[in-house]
Design a protein around this ligand. Structure first.
Ligand code: C2E
Ligand code: MG
Ligand code: MG
Ligand code: MG
Length: 281
């Protein structure tokens, strides 16, 4: 068949596609099994108020180490899950595990943690039922809506816009916060910031990494912080790795931060230890 189409180029191209498709099929099958066997689990990355030195919340991030494939990055398996529909089981898994865990931690805390969960665009294919399901899970786990945040990216807003806005509004009225993840990397116009129910912008890691020791490339981070001030939105910096980045952010009154400087995403037990060692200092 390759010969009929002519040229080596075509053969190579087809083989590449074949390989990628095969890998996706392998990942899909293994992921399906991993979900059933309980091999996918939630890790928690602390969010910090660096001016007050308190842990304000955690972001739930899925982790999967397959028995045969080894560690598979979320970037890879989330995108396979989105293509195959497995994203719905992953979402259920992340929501139930994280909501019940954080609810339990909050029973012993003076200052409750806010839990953030990443929602994929696919979660809004049926907006009415996602709202219903979110409310059910929060109530089952006894996690207050005020202690729950949804992280979406700008691309989530590309599909089904009207319906998505309606769903987000309903959840916001219920007390849930809405954050825009990876802010500044999307292609959408900024006008949506005025019309959408949004509480918080998460400055993308790439703009934080631009903050070097001489602060020469920090304009975008600064501009986003100023934008959130004008729009009266909360702001958090993602991917803070260096002390001088933290200092820059504090100077610009972006107190909320997340990144390896404070902690990597941790499993339940390690997060508990982190809380014991760093809480309310
Ligand atoms: P995200 O939501 O933007 O999550 C932040 C990512 O940056 C995480 O990668 C986190 O481990 C990493 N990170 C945090 N601090 C630092 C830092 O200081 N330096 C560097 N270099 N990286 C840092 P992770 O866990 O690999 O997740 C990647 C993406 O996968 C997430 O990006 C999110 O889009 C997606 N994801 C993870 N869990 C879920 C989930 O439960 N549902 C959905 N829909 N997506 C998820
Ligand atoms: Mg996120
Ligand atoms: Mg992000
Ligand atoms: Mg991301």
């Amino acid at each position: 068949a390759a010969k009929k189409q002519g040229g080596n180029q075509v053969i190579v191209y087809n083989e590449e596609i074949n390989k990628v498709t095969k890998e996706k099929l392998v990942i899909e099958a293994s992921l399906r099994k991993a979900i059933e066997q309980g091999d996918v689990e939630v890790y928690y990355q602390p969010k910090i108020n660096a001016s007050e030195n308190v842990i304000t919340g955690v972001e739930a991030l899925l982790r999967w180490t397959d028995r045969e494939l080894g560690f598979v990055s979320p970037e890879v398996f989330i995108s396979v899950a989105e293509e195959t529909g497995l994203i719905h089981s992953l979402w259920e898994l992340a929501m139930k595990q994280a909501c019940s865990q954080v609810s339990e931690w909050n029973k012993n805390r003076l200052q409750p943690l806010q839990l953030a969960v990443n929602f994929s665009a696919k979660q809004f294919l049926d907006p009415a039922s996602i709202v219903k399901r979110v409310k059910e899970i929060l109530s089952d786990c006894q996690l207050a809506p005020e202690h729950f945040e949804i992280e979406i990216t700008e691309s989530t807003l590309l599909y089904n816009l009207e319906e998505t806005i309606k769903a987000l509004k309903e959840m916001q009225e219920y007390g849930i916060s809405i954050a825009i993840d990876d802010f500044g990397t999307g292609y959408s116009s900024l006008s949506y910031l005025k019309t959408l129910p949004i509480d918080c912008l998460k400055i993308d890691r790439s703009f934080i990494q631009d903050i070097t020791e001489d602060y020469s490339q920090s304009e975008i981070a600064e501009a986003i912080i100023n934008l959130t001030r004008s729009l009266k939105l909360k702001v958090i910096a993602e991917g803070v790795e260096e002390e001088y980045q933290k200092e820059f952010l504090l100077k610009n009154e972006c107190d909320h931060m997340q990144g390896y400087l404070f902690s990597k995403p941790l499993c339940k037990t390690d997060l508990e230890q982190y809380l014991r060692e760093n809480d309310l200092k």
